[in-house]
Design a protein around this ligand. Sequence first.
Ligand SMILES: C[S@@+](CC[C@H](N)C(=O)[O-])C[C@H]1O[C@@H](n2cnc3c(N)ncnc32)[C@H](O)[C@@H]1O
Length: 289
Amino acid sequence: MTRDRQRVCLPEPVQGADFEYVRSIVKEHTAVALDASKVYLINARLLPVARAEGLDSVRALIHQLRGGPFSDLHTRSIEAIVTTETSFFRDFHPFEALRNEIIPRIIQDRRNGLRNLTIWSAGCSSGQEPYSVAILLRESFPELAGWTVRILASDVSKGMIDRTKSGIYSQIEINRGLPASYLVKYFHQQEGSWYLDDGIRNMVTVFQHNLAHAYQALPPIDILMMRNVLIYFDVETKRTVLQRARRQLRPGGFLMLGTAETTLNLDESFDRLRVGRAVLYQTGRKDPR
Ligand SMILES: C[S@@+](CC[C@H](N)C(=O)[O-])C[C@H]1O[C@@H](n2cnc3c(N)ncnc32)[C@H](O)[C@@H]1O
């Protein structure tokens, strides 16, 4: 194939005022910051939305978005751009830290008092993270049977919230990180998809929430899993989100971030804690709220 031919085949990147428009609606509705390096990503992710709408290009889609009031098409376009990559027991080591140290420590600390444990997966995508936590608790901590255990799961994306609530996964999603023994025990297959059993599904409370907004009526959190979410925000938003997270955590509570994320230079009041091969962040037991 000649160079000229290759050039003709490439989709035209989103540029100028079109790029600024997409950047502004994504930032306004999700706090996700897009820089100029993301033009090809925007193009690739909006093309299926344009096609589903019967439009022949991303440019035509953006012109339709710019020309009308905020609609379901805007929501679908924004949600298509935001990265929702996830998997069961993602990165493995953080779940080992929960199993071997963090949850046993909380159970030990509360053996004579408050028998209550709240874990929040914030930015849960399609639910693999909170359901991994639910399976871990069911498998490894029978002593929590008499406790009030809450697993909360939230995401800014309505599409991801619906997917999490459904508890339905493809074979490819199952193949990514779910041990075969848990598949047999907690899922059943129907028409090529895997359905999570209600016993695990009902352990998780799912709701839509934008981390850039204030929290409404959430209980104090013992363990906040906010993994691979901060990475998409600008520095100012990261600081605000971390400060709010710290206030929502119980004193001495634990924050879990993605492997490429840190509180360093953003919020110095978290203590960094290495547990096995995982890194967690702990609020001071008496830190300023
Ligand atoms: C890369 S996924 C990470 C999923 C999971 N936490 C993990 O680590 O596997 C990022 C998720 O954050 C969500 N997200 C992006 N901006 C958000 C915001 N402002 N508030 C809440 N969730 C957000 C996205 O919709 C997406 O589902």
